[in-house]
Design a protein around this ligand. Sequence first.
Ligand code: HEC
Ligand code: HEC
Ligand code: HEC
Ligand code: HEC
Ligand code: HEC
Length: 189
Amino acid sequence: MEKKSSNKGQSAGSGFLFFFAGFAIALIFGWVIFPKILYSVNEQPIKFSHVLEDHAELECENCHFFREDGSYAGIPKLETCIECHEEVQGENPEEKKFVEEYVQKNREIPWLRYQWQPDNVYFSHAAHLKVEEPLPCTTCHRDVKKEKTPPPVRINRLTGYHYSTMKMQVCEDCHAKRGANNACNVCHK
Ligand code: HEC
Ligand code: HEC
Ligand code: HEC
Ligand code: HEC
Ligand code: HEC
């Protein structure tokens, strides 16, 4: 009698162990391996530094500004860089590459975007910045003031969404909280 019951205890214990091992494997797959397979890792064509002194001295608006028609210029074009980078200035290999491959060949840099939205979403910077209470850039973007070099852009292989693409839920939650319009056609034209 005694032996039987201790056997029973043992098999329940190993069952628990198997359950636990399976659980751990599923967690590792779900949290560590799957996200790595799911997202491709893409480096920027040029490693532009926001914190390099000569860049950090400039205002954000020198490079990220509104055009006269109210639309947002987004990532700056070469013309914004050329006043300082017509010739290679220093020893930095990234600057040399930038000047020789792009400035001197008059080729725009094919920058990758982090906070990218699919075509069916309408987003306006003016609606969030040219208002009484402008939102800080970091409400929706990474903090570029903390980066020596831009991080890779992670792109979901299945959906094409970028890792930083803001989810509808996040837009809607803030709109609800701040009393902004949440009708479908505000964000989907
Ligand atoms: C006000 C002047 C100024 C402007 C405008 C400017 N830069 Fe620079 N940039 C510099 C200076 C100065 C350096 C340091 C060069 C050295 O001595 O190595 C530098 C360094 C760099 C480097 C190498 C260091 C790094 O950032 O990794 C890159 C790449 C670069 N700039 C790209 C750009 C691009 C792209 C633009 C336009 C969007 C731009 N710069 C606009 C002055 C400027
Ligand atoms: C000298 C020009 C220059 C200045 C000044 C500058 N930026 Fe940028 N910014 C760039 C370039 C070039 C990129 C594209 C490369 C990258 O994403 O790092 C960029 C990209 C960004 C992005 C990523 C957008 C996306 O989703 O792809 C953000 C956010 C940003 N800048 C914020 C800022 C803020 C905030 C400031 C002021 C503190 C600032 N920038 C000042 C040139 C500049
Ligand atoms: C309310 C959220 C929000 C705020 C605040 C915000 N952005 Fe953005 N930003 C976005 C979204 C969303 C996109 C992607 C838009 C798209 O793909 O249509 C974007 C795109 C960008 C881009 C990429 C340009 C491009 O071609 O799409 C830059 C650069 C940028 N923002 C800079 C800034 C800067 C600088 C500030 C602060 C002055 C700022 N943003 C404030 C949400 C925001
Ligand atoms: C952190 C808060 C916040 C986030 C995140 C946010 N918004 Fe907004 N949005 C606002 C506020 C506040 C307003 C109203 C501004 C005003 O009129 O004073 C607004 C206004 C707008 C408008 C103009 C509405 C109108 O009636 O004309 C559009 C379009 C918009 N947002 C789209 C988006 C999209 C798309 C996203 C997500 C990619 C987003 N917003 C994320 C706070 C936010
Ligand atoms: C405040 C902005 C905002 C409003 C309001 C909004 N959406 Fe969206 N919607 C987005 C953004 C941003 C995306 C892309 C990111 C995502 O898929 O989460 C999106 C994506 C979608 C998608 C594609 C989802 C997918 O998984 O492929 C559908 C469908 C959609 N919205 C329907 C609606 C409908 C229906 C309404 C009204 C009930 C609505 N949306 C209101 C911002 C908004």
